[in-house]
Design a protein. Structure first.
Length: 247
């Protein structure tokens, strides 16, 4: 399993957090019965966004509010590329505005989905997430979703943005604050909902949900979106849960 430097440090931070939790927990009565450990479902995470660490790497400050939320629900395993080796044994993948993947990797990702994998893809047609890194810096998130044919292969088209700047949109029964969101259309079997913001696809034995924005996760630190964002993280967890339960 390939993790890379960021994943290794993230693992150390998670272990440290677990140690603190054990230290402050109340003493438990002695028992002869072994207590089964509660295991969180696994979630592979592939992103160009500063979710794991601040934009300029530091061991201080920890991850983003989005990562803290994910850690409460999943065993998060950051990966560097969506190839078969990285996705082996992982049923659920979050691709949050990823960098362009090589063609051979997209073939393996498609095969993973068709074999039963579940993917939540945040594909932003214009990322407004601020960055202090100069244009052209390889560590700067791409300005738009770097699609190299994956959406078209699944019968989807991403257009936009449909509006500039923050825009409140209803997804299901909740209002979500997006930033310069796009619009998805389908020429295949994918189901488009919520005014083109969300596409849900059954692909082989697996499933893919695409959301035409990634900025809605930018809720902490300098440059965070300002407005009614109480439901933004709920959207992320709800869509991951829908995929995890094969709804």
């Amino acid at each position: 399993m390939r993790r890379g430097a960021l994943a290794a440090v993230a693992g150390l931070l998670l272990v440290g957090g677990a140690a603190i939790a054990v230290k402050v927990s109340a003493p438990q009565p002695a028992t002869n019965e072994a207590q089964p450990a509660t295991r969180l479902p696994k979630l592979a995470l592939l992103t160009s966004l500063p979710l794991l660490f601040p934009e300029f790497f530091s061991l201080e400050g920890g991850g983003s509010p989005a990562l803290a939320l994910l850690d409460r629900h999943y065993e998060v395993d950051p990966i560097a590329v969506a190839d078969a080796a990285s996705l082996s044994g992982k049923p659920l993948l979050l691709m949050a505005h990823p960098r362009a993947q090589p063609a051979e990797v997209l073939v393996e990702l498609d095969g993973w989905v068709r074999a039963g994998g579940h993917l939540l893809l945040l594909a932003d047609p214009r990322l407004d997430w601020p960055s202090e890194r100069p244009l052209g810096d390889s560590l700067r998130p791409p300005p738009d979703f770097a699609d190299t044919g994956l959406l078209a292969h699944w019968g989807l088209t991403l257009d936009g943005p449909t509006v500039d700047g923050p825009a409140a949109r209803r997804v299901g029964d909740e209002e979500i604050l997006f930033v310069s969101p796009g619009r998805l259309t389908s020429r295949g079997t994918c189901r488009i909902s919520d005014g083109g913001l969300v596409a849900r696809c059954r692909i082989g034995l697996g499933a893919v949900t695409v959301i035409a924005d990634a900025d809605f996760l930018n809720l902490g630190g300098p440059g965070a979106i300002d407005g009614p964002t109480a439901n933004n993280f709920e959207l992320l967890i709800r869509e991951l849960s829908r995929l995890g339960t094969r709804e």
